[in-house]
Design a protein around this ligand. Structure first.
Ligand SMILES: Cc1ncc(C[n+]2csc(CCOP(=O)(O)OP(=O)(O)O)c2C)c(N)n1
Ligand SMILES: [Mg+2]
Length: 331
């Protein structure tokens, strides 16, 4: 094989592909199973957006904390949450990440630094500021320098909580990164209809934060930009904003008729804005990873997702007695 022209090692590239493919297949399977009526509640899919969560999370360890959104499955998987426990949770079964009582929008795994998906838009930003403040105090006592990341959609970026958090983070010089996942829509409302500024970098500047915009369908662009600002935050350089421009392949929620889309928009995105296709073309084109290796990962991932669904369907429902557990954190 030829030399590796990428800043990431071959192992990292394989890991990135596996993570992105796992998210994609997890979401595509949910799309099918939800359509069959197998899954209760509301589901928002991250398919199409995988490069962002993956490129960012590869710089984090379990001690770094993230606050996710209603579209959180990809963040969970990239942060290392167990796929079987996620599937059980989404199916509302015992043994799920929240013992089947939270569902898609409340998956959390504190051991992995995943503070939770969140059905309240903009709610993750203050949580991440709190986690970053705690991390800052711990670092002062000589513990490892950890960071916190909050994800927010283009729509949610107009919430007061988000804007207040930008200010607080800048004033307190917190090790927190604000990731704006700009997929162009908030439900059915196009971004430009609800947000006057073109650039989230300008918005960050208004609060005294540096910011950078990247093509969120380009793993390499996300990984590089995220690496720089996360490293800076770890070294005490303070908060930053990262805007990832991206596309979502499915509707806002499963069941969305998507009448607000332009004709052919989804087909165009799948053909030209697919982060997995772009990644595959780059690494095989450079001769760093073979097409056969990628296909082998695809098969492994499909097997994992199938076994997760089988385990979820076989798991029992939570019992009445489970209702009153997990209400308070046991300190
Ligand atoms: C505080 C609050 N207001 C409104 C809603 C209803 N709501 C759920 S998702 C959504 C749109 C979110 O759009 P965006 O932030 O761009 O995220 P995306 O769905 O595109 O990932 C809205 C308005 C909510 N969940 N919380
Ligand atoms: Mg959006």
């Amino acid at each position: 094989m030829a030399g590796n022209p990428f800043p990431q090692s071959r192992e990292q590239l394989l890991q990135a592909y596996r993570t992105m493919r796992t998210i994609r297949e997890f979401e595509e399977r949910l799309h099918i199973d939800f359509g069959r009526g197998d899954i209760p509640g509301f589901v928002h899919l991250y398919a199409g957006e995988e490069a962002a969560g993956t490129g960012i999370m590869m710089h984090l360890g379990d001690g770094d904390r993230i606050a996710s959104t209603h579209r959180g499955h990809g963040h969970c998987i990239a942060k290392g949450v167990d796929v079987v426990s996620m599937m059980k949770e989404i199916y509302g079964r015992s043994g799920g990440a929240c013992n089947g009582k939270g569902g898609s929008m409340h998956i959390a795994d504190l051991g992995r630094g995943m503070m939770g998906a969140n059905g309240i838009l903009g709610a993750g930003a203050p949580l991440a500021c709190g986690a970053a403040l705690a991390a800052k105090f711990r670092a002062k006592k000589g513990q490892p320098s950890e960071v916190a990341i909050t994800f927010v959609g283009d729509g949610a970026s107009n919430q007061g909580t988000f804007l207040e958090s930008l200010n607080l983070a800048a004033v307190w010089n917190l090790p927190v990164i604000f990731v704006v996942e700009n997929n162009g829509y908030a439900e059915s409302t196009s971004r430009d209809y609800g947000t006057a500024v073109d650039s989230y970098v300008d918005r960050a500047a208004g609060f005294g934060l540096p910011g950078v915009t990247v093509d969120g369908t380009d793993f390499f662009a996300v990984h590089e930009a995220a690496g720089e600002i996360i490293e800076r935050a770890r070294k005490g350089g303070g908060p930053a904003l990262l805007e990832c421009k991206m596309v979502r392949f499915h509707g806002h929620f499963e069941g969305d008729a998507q009448t607000y889309r332009a004709p052919g928009e989804n087909d165009h995105n799948r053909a030209h804005n697919d982060c997995l296709k772009k990644f595959g073309a780059a690494v095989t084109g450079a001769g760093v990873i073979s097409a056969a290796e990628l296909t082998a990962i695809d098969h492994e991932v499909l097997g994992l997702i199938e076994s997760a669904v089988v385990a979820a369907k076989a798991a029992p429902q939570p019992t009445l007695a489970d209702l009153t557990t997990d209400v308070y954190v046991t300190y």
